[in-house]
Design a protein around this ligand. Structure first.
Ligand code: SF4
Length: 415
C-alpha cells in the first residue's frame, strides 16, 4: 500500500465538545514541530488537497464510466469529482479518493476501558478515547448521531497528530487509545497511524466498530489494532437492511476474520425493544457465536435509549438484558454481560474453573478483583481469556474531558 502523505500539521487546540463538556476538561499542552496556524473549521466547501487535514487514500479504483469507487466498505460509493461518499469524510478530489478528517477529532476523553465495552482487556485501565465525524452506516437508532451524522464536519473542533495523541496517552497513564464515538473504518488511515505511534510507546489501540468493511482494508486495519469491540446490531438481514442500511453477512465475516488474528475482541448487541430482542433472534445470534467463535468470546447486551430517528421506541427494560444473558449462557457462552444498567450480577466475571467471582463490577466500577497479574484465577489458577498485564487498573468509572492546547512548550514525539 502507498501511504497517504501526512498532513501539514497545524496548531493543536480544541474547544469543548459534547464529550468534554461534562466535566472540567484537563488541558494537555502539545506542540507539533510544524505548528504554525490556528485550526479552522472544516466545512463541506473545503474538500481539497490544499486542506492540511485531507490526505490521499489507497483503497479505490477507477470505473469505466469515469467515476472512481471507494473500496473501503461495501457501500462502494461511486464518485464524480468533488463528490463525497455516504460517510461524508471520504470523497473525490483531484481524480482520487481522499480522507478529509485526518488529524481531526470531535474531542478527547479519558474513559474506563470497561466503557468501550471491553471487560477482558487490561481491566480497570484508562483509555484515551476520541472519534471524528461521519459514519458508513445509517442506523436509525444511532446513540452518537450528532457526531456520526455530521455533514459539515463542524464537530471536528480538536486536532492532534498521531504522535501527540500517543504522547498524551502516555502522559495521562492510559494503557490504550480508542477510536470510538463514530466508526474508525472511515478514517482508517488516521487510526492506523495513531495505533502505530501508540505501539512505539507500549500503548494499545482499540477499535470500536460496526465491522462493516471490505476484506482488503479490513485485514490491513486490524493488523494495527490490539483490541476491538464489534457492534453486532441484530441477527437478521432484515434488521440490518431496514434499520442500518447495511448487511449482517459482512459483519459476521469481520468477526470470523478477527477470530483468526491476535486482536482481542468482544461483541456488543444493543437490544432494542420489539426490533431485535426476541428469544428466537437472541438464540440464533448466540448459537452462531458459540459455533463460529467459541464459548470464550465476551458478549455484551446493552440497553437502548430513545434517540435520533427512534425516539418513539421505549428504553430497554433491565429484564430484557437479563433474559438475553440467560439465553446466551444456555448456548454455552461463558462471558456474557449486561450494560448501561446497574446489574452487578450481570456484570461480574466468573471463573470457569471454580465458579468463583473473579471480577465484580457495577457498571464501569470494579468492586472486587481476584485475578493474578497474568489473568489466572487467584483461587484455582484457571487462566481467563483476554489480555491481562499486571495488577488491575485503578481508573474507576470516571470520565475526564481533555483539551489539547499549543503553548509551544509541549513534548515532541519521542519525549
Ligand atoms: S468508506 Fe465512505 S466513501 Fe468509502 S465506500 Fe464506505 S461510505 Fe462510501
Amino acid at each position: 500500500m502507498t501511504w497517504p502523505r501526512r498532513p501539514h500539521t497545524r496548531r493543536f487546540q480544541s474547544t469543548p465538545s459534547r464529550y468534554n463538556r461534562r466535566s472540567t476538561p484537563l488541558v494537555i499542552r502539545g506542540r507539533h514541530p510544524r505548528a504554525r496556524h490556528s485550526v479552522e473549521p472544516v466545512t463541506a466547501d473545503t474538500l481539497s488537497l490544499d486542506d492540511p487535514y485531507t490526505v490521499p487514500t489507497a483503497y479505490w479504483h477507477r470505473l469505466p464510466d469515469g467515476r472512481v469507487q471507494c473500496d473501503v466498505c461495501p457501500r462502494a460509493c461511486k464518485l464524480h469529482e468533488g463528490q463525497r461518499g455516504l460517510c461524508f469524510v471520504r470523497g473525490r478530489v483531484d481524480d482520487r479518493v481522499v480522507l478529509a478528517s485526518y488529524g481531526r477529532s470531535s474531542g478527547f476523553c479519558v474513559d474506563p476501558i470497561e466503557k468501550k465495552p471491553l471487560n477482558h482487556f487490561l481491566p480497570g485501565s484508562s483509555v484515551l478515547s476520541f472519534g471524528t465525524a461521519g459514519c458508513n452506516l445509517a442506523c436509525r437508532f444511532c446513540q452518537n448521531w450528532d457526531i456520526s451524522k455530521s455533514r459539515e464536519i463542524d464537530t471536528l473542533s480538536a486536532a492532534a497528530s498521531p504522535e501527540l495523541l500517543a504522547v498524551t496517552a502516555g502522559r495521562l497513564g492510559c494503557r490504550s487509545v480508542a477510536f470510538t464515538y463514530n466508526d474508525p473504518v472511515i478514517f482508517m488511515e488516521y487510526a492506523m497511524d495513531v495505533a502505530d505511534a501508540c505501539r512505539e510507546r507500549g500503548i494499545g489501540a482499540v477499535a470500536v466498530s460496526a465491522g462493516y468493511m471490505n476484506p482488503g482494508p479490513r485485514a490491513e486495519f486490524y493488523r494495527h489494532m490490539d483490541a476491538a469491540n464489534i457492534d453486532l446490531k441484530a441477527f437478521t438481514e432484515t434488521f440490518y437492511s431496514k434499520i442500518t442500511f447495511s448487511k449482517l453477512s459482512v459483519v459476521l465475516e469481520t468477526l470470523e476474520h478477527l477470530r483468526d488474528t491476535d486482536v482481542w475482541f468482544e461483541i456488543t448487541t444493543l437490544l432494542i425493544p420489539d426490533h431485535n430482542d426476541s428469544d428466537a433472534e437472541i438464540a440464533a445470534e448466540c448459537a452462531w457465536l458459540a459455533e463460529h467463535l467459541g464459548p470464550d468470546v465476551p458478549l455484551h447486551f446493552t440497553a437502548f435509549h430513545p434517540d435520533f430517528k427512534m425516539r418513539d421506541v421505549p428504553r430497554t427494560p433491565p429484564a430484557t438484558l437479563s433474559r438475553a444473558r440467560r439465553i446466551a449462557r444456555e448456548h454455552g457462552l461463558r462471558y456474557v454481560y449486561t450494560g448501561n444498567v446497574h446489574d452487578p450480577a450481570g456484570q461480574t466475571t466468573t471463573c470457569p474453573g471454580c465458579d468463583e467471582p473473579v471480577i465484580v463490577r457495577d457498571w464501569y466500577a470494579i468492586d472486587d478483583y481476584r485475578l493474578t497479574a497474568d489473568g489466572r484465577c487467584a483461587t484455582c489458577g484457571t487462566s481467563l481469556p483476554g489480555r491481562f498485564d499486571g495488577p488491575v487498573g485503578g481508573w474507576g468509572p470516571r470520565r475526564l474531558g481533555i483539551r489539547l492546547a499549543d503553548p509551544g512548550d509541549a513534548p515532541r514525539s519521542g519525549q
